[in-house]
Write a protein that binds this ligand. Structure first.
Ligand code: KG4
Ligand code: ZN
Length: 345
């Protein structure tokens, strides 16, 4: 059994966690920076980097103390090395390098998306490769076939906005503050999901890609018309987003007939209505369904430590201490760019 220290600092969550190779989260700390960014309606990279630099070291000390571990007793230090806001990524990665050097333990530079992609296996010991993965976060909306650690094939991506981004923009239009996903979900519970006619971009199209920019614009027009209550707009937006995801994902699943499980990960996977729709799709297709608990869906360090554990398990080599932080780092570098995409990571 091994123990890995995980560090996450790629966006606006500062986090540290100790996770064992047999799936135990020994200790973890997470601090969101929502209050610092709220006045700006989005994450400000400089504010984020500074907050990571202030908070990370004491958090690491706390998890090490709580876990009763000394640096040299770790089997590895794993840190997000990208993709993300480069200033924040560098804070976490440089810290990890210093700890790996001081403790003389291996450094593992983790792809943040791989952390999300493997997080369902931390929560679900029975989940084996291969699986179909819907990865929905603030920066991404992708369907991937996951065949093993480091083996990802992208089947679909968004041609414009990410799904979490669409939730955040809807929240902004409705004056719900930042981050928007949980606020939109809460308001949607009070509204009529069919109260406002909204488009379902790309639904029915022959390739399984996603698009949410048109939906966001329609939400803005619905709000400006003054003819709808906000709860109906939120509920109708959420329903349209879910309909898009299910239609597109069903098409992608058609090309993965032999894959036995459907898995969802990333911040938007915390959404209960989305989870219910995905579970129904899985049942419909006779697929095993797996979704990590909400706290493992949004950014956290346990998933980064766990990705490190997975790399130890397959005997993957450690990274050199001069490994670079990467603002962009696709999980499937061979995937073709699609129209409008590639703007973000
Ligand atoms: O994975 P994550 O924490 O960070 C990134 O790597 O991007 O995802 C954050 C995104 C945000 O856009 C946030 O609004 C969205 O996930 N999100 C949600 C919910 N919780 C978080 N979206 C819809 N419903 C939620 N309950
Ligand atoms: Zn994330």
């Amino acid at each position: 059994m091994g123990v890995v220290l995980g560090i996450e600092s790629s966006c606006d969550e500062t986090a540290a966690a100790l996770v064992t190779t047999d799936r135990r989260i020994v200790a973890q700390r997470i601090a969101s920076q929502d209050e610092a960014h709220a006045p700006y309606g989005g994450v400000v990279p400089e504010i984020a980097a500074r907050a990571h630099a202030e908070r990370l070291a004491p958090m690491i000390e706390e998890v090490m103390r709580e876990g009763g571990m000394a640096l040299h007793e770790l089997d590895a230090v794993a840190a997000t090395a990208g993709p993300g806001l480069i200033g924040g990524v560098m804070v976490g990665l440089v810290t990890a390098k210093a700890l790996a050097m001081a403790g003389e333990v291996p450094l593992l530079a983790i792809n943040h998306l791989e952390g999300h992609a493997l997080s369902p296996r931390l929560a679900d010991p029975e989940l084996d490769f291969p699986y179909a993965l819907l990865l929905v976060s603030g920066g991404h909306c992708q369907v991937l076939r996951v065949d093993g650690v480091g083996q990802y094939r992208r089947l679909a991506t968004t041609i414009d906005d990410a799904l979490g981004e669409a939730f955040d923009k809807t929240a902004k239009i409705l004056g719900l503050g930042f981050p928007g996903g949980p606020a939109v979900e809460a308001l949607a519970r009070e509204g009529d999901p069919h109260g406002v006619p909204l488009p379902r971009p790309l639904v029915g199209s022959g390739e399984p890609h996603f698009s949410f920019a048109g939906l966001k614009s329609a939400v803005l027009r619905a709000k400006q018309s003054g003819r709808h209550v906000d709860a109906d707009i939120a509920a109708s937006f959420q329903q349209a987003a879910i309909d898009c995801v299910i239609d597109r994902l069903a098409l992608a699943l058609d090309t993965m007939a032999e894959v036995p499980a459907l898995v969802v990960a990333g911040g938007v996977a915390a959404n209960k209505a989305m989870r219910a729709a995905l579970e129904a799709l899985a049942a419909d297709r006779g697929l095993r369904y797996s979704a990590p608990p909400a706290a493992l869906c949004t950014d956290n360090a346990a998933m980064i430590a766990w990705a490190g554990c997975e790399r130890l398990r397959i005997g993957a080599p450690a990274d050199p201490l001069d490994v670079a932080a990467r603002p962009r780092w696709p999980l499937d570098p061979a995937a073709e760019p699609v129209r409008g995409a590639g703007v973000k990571g």
